[in-house]
Ligand binder design. Structure first.
Ligand code: MTE
Ligand code: LUZ
Ligand code: MOS
Length: 763
C-alpha cells in the first residue's frame, strides 16, 4: 500500500512558489500594499436591522469629527446603484429600505481607520421595522423567492415509485458556513491621471470588479484597472462579494481624487458578508428489493439571503449533484431560491454541490437505518457506471465511481476496519466507534457554459527570463505554481526563469473569476497554447540558423538539441538570436473549453468537461459520557488524473476535507429571529483546529489514464474533496447507534457534540 502512496512522491514534487514569502511574512496582500501619502481610510456604516424603512439618518456628528473627510451614500453614485451580477437586485448602498443586518448604507472616509470607526458610532439611524424572514420555510410560505424554481427530470418518478419495494421520505437541513479566509475583504483604490483609477483588490473576479465599478461610476471599463497579487484565501467568498468594497473605495477615490483604502475588520466581515447557503430539503426515495434505487425526488429550499448574488448558479449546481455518485433512473429534483433577510449567501467551495449530496446521502442512510442494512451496501449497489446518464442528460464517460470505491475498500481493507470497530464496540461501554463511506462525483466546468474561457499573455524577455499573465488568481490553491510548471516544462527551462505576474485587467481582460476548480485547466490550457506558439517560433529560428528541419529541433534542459544531438546553443543565446532576427517574443492565447453545452429550456446538455471521482472511508470514536468525538481516520482514494503537482494537490485534498468536516460537524452559523448574526466571532463560531483534524489522513491516488480536458491530464482538485467531509456526519451517527439502539438518525447538520450527547441518551 505504501508504495503508491502519494506521500512517497512528495520529495520530488514542486513546492508552492509562495511558501517562502508566506513563511517569512513577506507575501503582499492588499493591506500590505504601499499606500501614497495622504491616503484616506474607510469604514462601512451598515444596517443594524434586518428589514425596514429608513426614516432618518443623522450623519452630522460623524461629519463634524476631526479627521473625517466625507461620508458617501447612494446619493453620491453617478451611475447605477446596482451590483447584482446575475439578477440586478442588489444596491451598493441601501436607499430607502434595508433588507439585512450588515447591509451597507454609507462609507465613512477619514484620515485614519480609527477616526472612521469613531465616526461610525456617532451616526444615528431610525428604521421603521418590517417583518423579518430568516428561514426557507417562512420564505416559501410567504412566496418570497429570488427567481423561478428550477427542475431537473429524468424518467418518470411517479410511475417508478409504484414499482418500488421500499419507499421512504425525510427532511434534511444543512447549515451555512463562514469562509473565514485569513485575509478579510478589502481594496485599495488610487487615482491615476485623466480620472483613471487603479484598484488593488482581494478578489477572485478582477473583471467583475472592473465591470461593476465602471457601471456604478458610469465610466468606461478602460478607466478602471484592477490588480490582484494574491488572496489570503477566498474559498468562494471573494468570487462575487469582494466587489462592493472595491467599488466603495473607487467611488471615494473618484470624488476625492485621493487614494482610499477599505479593509474590513473581522467583525465587520463576518457581519456584512454572505456565507455558504443553508438548505432545508425534503426527499422521497424508492428502491426495489435488491436495494437498487429506482426513484428519487427532492425539493431543495435554498436560503439565498436578501439578494440573488450567485444563488441561481449555486442552486443549479445543487441539481447537477443531487444524485452524487449514483445512477438513478428516475429523478425529479427541484430547487427554490428563497429570499430571506440574511446577508446574501454566496459561493463556497463546492458551490451548492455539497448541499445536494448531503440530501441523497441522508436518504440512503435513512433507508439503511429503516431496513437494518449498512448504508455502504446501498451506496455500492447504486454506484455510477460507464455510459450511465445524469439527470441533466450528460452521458458519464471515464467513470471512476466504482473503481475508486473498490480501490478504497480493498486497499484500506474495509472488512478489517469494520471488524476492528465491532470488536472495539463490544468491549467498550463508554466509547463507541463508527464508520461511513463517502463517494464523490463532481463536475468540472462553470455550469454556465459561456464562462469557460481564459487567456494567457507570455513575454520572453531578451535575457531569456519569462513573465506570464493570465486570469488566474492565486488564493493559496497553488495555481501560480502550476502555471509556472507548465511554462518551464514546455520550454524545458529552469523554474527560476519563469515569473508569474499579478492578475491584472489591463494585461488579461474579460476574464471569468477564479472559481469552479477550473482555473488551472482554463488558464493552463491558454498558457500551453501561448508557450507552444512561442516554442514553434524559436524552433524556426534554430532551423534557419542551422539549416535543419524545424521538427528535428528540441530544447532539453535549456540546451538546443538537433536530431537528438546536443548542440552548443543554449536558451539565452537562442533568445538573443531571436531578438536580432526581430522575432516576436510575446504571445497571447485564448482557450475555450470545447464540447460543453447546456440548454436551460430543456435542462439537458453536456455541461461538464469531465467529472472528478473518489471515495473516502471515515472512522470516528464518540465519547459517550461527554458527547464529544474524535475522527480517528479518513482514508481516501482520489482521482487526480495524473497529478502535475502532487504536494499541492494533496494539500488541496486535505484542506478541502477538513473544511468539509468542519461544515458537517462543528461550524454552526446562528442568526436570531431578528436576523442578527449570533455566531459573530471565533469565540462563538468553531472551526476545525489541529485537534479536531482526523488523527490520520491517508490519500491514495487512483491510477487512471487522466483526462485530456484536464491540464496535462492533471484533474481539477480544488473543490471536490470537500465533500468527503460528509462521511464524518454519518460515521458519528453510526457510533451513536452503537451506543443507543433507540437512536433515530438525524439529518440536521452540523453534528455538534451537543446533538451527539442528546442522541446518545434519547429514547
Ligand atoms: N485553496 C486555498 N488554499 N485557498 C482558497 O481560497 N479556494 C477553493 C479551492 N482551494 C481555495 C483553495 C475554491 S472555492 C476553488 S473554486 C478553487 O480552489 C479555485 O482554484 P482552482 O480553480 O485553481 O482550483
Ligand atoms: N462559480 C460559477 C462556480 O460562477 N459557476 C460555477 O459553476 C461554479 N462552480 C463551482 C464554484 N464556483
Ligand atoms: Mo470556488 S466556490 O468556485 O470559488
Amino acid at each position: 500500500m505504501k508504495k503508491n502512496n502519494i506521500h512517497s512522491d512528495l520529495k520530488n514534487s514542486i513546492k508552492n512558489i509562495d511558501s517562502y514569502t508566506h513563511v517569512r511574512g513577506e507575501s503582499i496582500f492588499v493591506d500590505d500594499v504601499n499606500v501614497r501619502q495622504g491616503t484616506f481610510f474607510a469604514v462601512v456604516f451598515d444596517s443594524p436591522k434586518a428589514h425596514g424603512k429608513i426614516k432618518n439618518i443623522d450623519y452630522s456628528k460623524a461629519e463634524e469629527l476631526e479627521g473625517v473627510e466625507r461620508i458617501f451614500t447612494y446619493k453620491d453614485i453617478l451611475g447605477e446603484n446596482q451590483i447584482g451580477g446575475i439578477i440586478p437586485d442588489e444596491p451598493l448602498f441601501a436607499e430607502n429600505e434595508v433588507h439585512y443586518c450588515g447591509q451597507p448604507i454609507a462609507l465613512i472616509v477619514a484620515e485614519s481607520e480609527f477616526i472612521a470607526r469613531q465616526a461610525r458610532r456617532l451616526i444615528t439611524i431610525e428604521i421603521e421595522e418590517l417583518p423579518v424572514i430568516t428561514t426557507c420555510k417562512e420564505a416559501k410560505e410567504k412566496g418570497s423567492f429570488i427567481n423561478a424554481p428550477r427542475s431537473f427530470n429524468l424518467g418518470n418518478t411517479e410511475k417508478a415509485f409504484q414499482n418500488c419495494e421500499y419507499v421512504f421520505e425525510g427532511e434534511t437541513f444543512s447549515n451555512g458556513q463562514e469562509h473565514l479566509y485569513l485575509e478579510t475583504q478589502g481594496a485599495y483604490a488610487e487615482p491615476l491621471e485623466n480620472g483613471n483609477i487603479k484598484i488593488t483588490s482581494s478578489t477572485q473576479g478582477p473583471t467583475q470588479v472592473q465591470k461593476t465599478t465602471a457601471n456604478v461610476l458610469e465610466v468606461p471599463m478602460h478607466k478602471i484597472e484592477v490588480d490582484v497579487t494574491r488572496l489570503g484565501g477566498g474559498f468562494g467568498g471573494k468570487e462575487d462579494q469582494a466587489t462592493p468594497w472595491a467599488i466603495m473605495a473607487a467611488l471615494a477615490t473618484y470624488h476625492l481624487n485621493q487614494s482610499v483604502k477599505l479593509i474590513l475588520n473581522r467583525h465587520d466581515d463576518l457581519r456584512m458578508t454572505g456565507k455558504r447557503h443553508p438548505y432545508e430539503s425534503s426527499f422521497k426515495i424508492g428502491l426495489n428489493k435488491d436495494l437498487k434505487i429506482l426513484a428519487y425526488e427532492v425539493e431543495f429550499l435554498q436560503n439565498s439571503g436578501a439578494a440573488a448574488d450567485l444563488s441561481p448558479a449555486i442552486a443549479e449546481r445543487t441539481l447537477f449533484h443531487a444524485t452524487n455518485s449514483y445512477f438513478v433512473k428516475n429523478v425529479k429534483t427541484t430547487v427554490l431560491s428563497c429570499k430571506t433577510n440574511l446577508p446574501p449567501n454566496t459561493a463556497f467551495r463546492g458551490f451548492g454541490g455539497p448541499q445536494g449530496m448531503f440530501v441523497i446521502e441522508s436518504a440512503i442512510a435513512k433507508v439503511a437505518d429503516e431496513l437494518g442494512v449498512s448504508a455502504h451496501k446501498i451506496q455500492e449497489i447504486n454506484l455510477l457506471k460507464e455510459s450511465d446518464v445524469f439527470s441533466y442528460g450528460q452521458i458519464a464517460t471515464q467513470v471512476e465511481a466504482q473503481n475508486s470505491w473498490h480501490s478504497a475498500t480493498k486497499q484500506f481493507n474495509l472488512k478489517q476496519l469494520k471488524s476492528d470497530i465491532e470488536i472495539f464496540n463490544k468491549s467498550n461501554d463508554h466509547f463507541k466507534k463508527g464508520l461511513a463511506l463517502m463517494p464523490i462525483t463532481f463536475g468540472i466546468s462553470f455550469t454556465n457554459t459561456p464562462m469557460n474561457h481564459a487567456r494567457a499573455l507570455v513575454h520572453i524577455y531578451q535575457d531569456g527570463s519569462i513573465g506570464i499573465s493570465t486570469a488566474a488568481v492565486e488564493m493559496g490553491q497553488g495555481v501560480n505554481t502550476k502555471l509556472l510548471q507548465i511554462a518551464a516544462q514546455i520550454f524545458s527551462i529552469s523554474n527560476k526563469k519563469v515569473k508569474i505576474e499579478t492578475t491584472n485587467t489591463t494585461r488579461v481582460a474579460n476574464t471569468s473569476p477564479t472559481a469552479a476548480s477550473a482555473t488551472a485547466d482554463l488558464n493552463g490550457k491558454a498558457l500551453l497554447k501561448a508557450c507552444n506558439a512561442l516554442l514553434e517560433r524559436l524552433k524556426t529560428v534554430v532551423s534557419e540558423e542551422y539549416n535543419v528541419n524545424k521538427n528535428s529541433v528540441e530544447i532539453i534542459g535549456e540546451t538546443i538539441h538537433i536530431n537528438n544531438k546536443k548542440t552548443s546553443l543554449v536558451w539565452n543565446e537562442l533568445i538573443a538570436k531571436a531578438m536580432l532576427k526581430r522575432v516576436a517574443l510575446t504571445e497571447n492565447a485564448h482557450y475555450a473549453t470545447p464540447t460543453i453545452h447546456f440548454d436551460k429550456t430543456k435542462e439537458k446538455g453536456h455541461p461538464f468537461a469531465y467529472h472528478v471521482y473518489g471515495t473516502a472511508i471515515v472512522t470516528t470514536t464518540v465519547d459517550c459520557t461527554r458527547g464529544t468525538y474524535i475522527l480517528d481516520s479518513v482514508k481516501i482514494v482520489h482521482d487526480y488524473g495524473k497529478s502535475m503537482s502532487k504536494g499541492i494537490d494533496l494539500g488541496q485534498v486535505e484542506g478541502a476535507l477538513v473544511q468539509g468536516i468542519g461544515w458537517m460537524t462543528m461550524e454552526e452559523i446562528a442568526y436570531n429571529k431578528d436576523g442578527k448574526l449570533l455566531s459573530n466571532a471565533l469565540s462563538t463560531y468553531k472551526v476545525p483546529d489541529i485537534f479536531s483534524v482526523a488523527k490520520t489522513i491517508d490519500v491514495l491516488p487512483l491510477e487512471t489514464k487522466g483526462n485530456d480536458m484536464a491540464i496535462l491530464k492533471s484533474k481539477a482538485v480544488g473543490e471536490p474533496p470537500l465533500m468527503y467531509g460528509i462521511g464524518a456526519y454519518f460515521a458519528i451517527q453510526n457510533a451513536i447507534k452503537a451506543f443507543n439502539p433507540n437512536y433515530k438518525l438525524k439529518f440536521h447538520a452540523p453534528m455538534t457534540p451537543e446533538k451527539v450527547l442528546m442522541g446518545l441518551y434519547e429514547s
